[in-house]
Design a protein around this ligand. Structure first.
Ligand code: ZN
Length: 421
């Protein structure tokens, strides 16, 4: 089933909004340089460090807060355990609203990317407890389902990958006894973490647009341009939630996945301004022209993903006058083809897919800009959900997405060692 076709009427003030980008002054954290000053480049490093993260919500605290929210919201927010991680930790979903548009939101699939979880909790607090007309409209028009900290094992290790071993995979999927380990199974150093002592997976390559897929030995080791396998209990739990929403709503209208990128990307026109967040709605090659993917072409709706991203972008630009950091928003590189990501797989199933990549993973920034980055994520989500709830998203011009400035270069002193998102 498809959503009703959206109007492509171009009424967004995209161009006017975009002009704000170049008008934004140097940011608070990178003060304006003296004319002869040294470039800010020297002040950014991707070198992994051991930094505090205790201000972020950990797994235990998440459970406590979700229970509290269910209670204080009087049942507006309902919390369910949707599965257990490989190490037996609870994976929770929190649902609010009773509207016809289903919105699935996930965070912390990479355990060193933590702001999304805190932003989702703020969002659930708002929609669960506010009696404002805005919250009421969200509840009437949307059904929000959040899976915060969907990869609790990686989150507790504060690293990108979980610690599921290949032996454990084979125990759970005995048909893989003779298969080569998957390409996204980490066994070496990465981002300051030693996977040789504790190997594990980047589970954001474990999705498959065939939601009924079961792992087959001949599909291994695979590549980043291939689909994944639903090897991990975490991706299976999210897949099952997605299938349930499809059964209930026909199409999962929107899927949002919350990430962090490198710490040292700068604006394309200003090396003194770090990128606060990059956005994207494009994760796979066009299924209409990609062999093996044509069955997804009818559902796939890139223009809708663009409209959702424009709604988030406009909301952030609207706040840039108060805080210039909200103006430092760029488009994530568009030349990626990652059908094994949640975003890629669910986009192929017809969801408008939205990626947020805020600045800096925990090994480079720790909790340093936590509040600011959580507010950035929250503001983007708020704008997008408000536009969805009002229906104005359908009037946004997809081409405004293509006019979002591209991400500038990384000025860090160390090359990126791992693919994003
Ligand atoms: Zn990530």
């Amino acid at each position: 089933m498809s959503r009703p076709k959206r109007s492509l009427a171009a009424v967004v003030a995209g161009a006017a909004v975009l002009s704000l980008v170049t008008a934004v002054p140097a940011t608070a954290q990178q003060p304006a340089q003296p004319a002869t000053g040294a470039p800010a480049a020297q002040k950014c490093s991707d070198e992994p460090q051991d930094l505090p993260v205790h201000e972020f919500t950990d797994h235990r605290e998440l459970g406590v807060e979700l229970q509290r929210l269910e209670r204080v919201s009087g049942g507006v927010v309902t919390v369910d355990e949707i599965g257990r991680s490989n190490r037996g930790r609870e994976i929770w979903s929190a649902r609010a609203g009773h509207g016809p548009k289903a919105v699935l939101m996930t965070s912390e699939i990479h355990g060193n990317e933590k702001t999304g979880t805190d932003a989702l909790l703020r969002l659930l607090r708002f929609v669960g407890t506010s009696d404002s007309p805005k919250a009421e409209r969200w509840r009437d028009e949307l059904t929000l389902v959040a899976v915060p900290k969907m990869n609790p094992d990686a989150a507790e290790l504060d690293r990108r990958g979980n610690d599921m071993t290949w032996d454990e995979v084979v125990q759970q999927h005995p048909q893989l006894a003779d298969a080569e380990p998957a390409w996204n199974y980490y066994t070496e150093q990465l981002q300051g973490d030693d996977y040789s002592q504790r190997p594990g997976f980047d589970i954001n390559r474990d999705y498959n647009p065939d939601l009924a897929y079961e792992p087959k030995a001949e599909d291994f080791p695979g590549t980043s341009a291939d689909t994944g396998w639903y090897l991990s209990p975490e991706t299976r739990a999210v897949r099952d939630i997605y299938i349930g929403l499809e059964e209930e709503f026909g199409t999962v209208d929107t899927y949002v996945d919350l990430h962090h990128q490198g710490a040292c990307y700068v604006m394309p026109d200003d090396p003194d301004r770090f990128v606060t967040m990059s956005l994207s709605g494009k994760f796979v090659d066009d299924p209409a022209t990609t062999p093996g993917y044509q069955q997804y072409a009818d559902e796939y709706d890139l223009d809708y993903a663009k409209q959702l991203n424009v709604a988030a972008y406009n909301a952030l630009q609207g706040k840039a006058n108060n805080n210039p950091l909200f103006g430092n928003i760029t488009l994530y590189p568009q030349d990626i083809n990652l059908p094994g990501t949640g975003l890629g797989s669910f986009a192929l199933n017809g969801s408008g897919a939205v990626l947020f990549e805020v600045r800096g993973q925990t090994q480079t920034l720790g909790q340093k800009y936590r509040e600011q980055l959580v507010r950035t994520v929250y503001t983007g989500l708020d704008g997008m959900l408000s536009s969805l709830a009002s229906g104005r998203v359908d009037d946004l011009d997809p081409s405004a997405y293509d006019a979002i400035p591209p991400r500038g270069p990384s000025i860090g002193d160390r090359a990126r060692t791992v693919a994003e998102p």
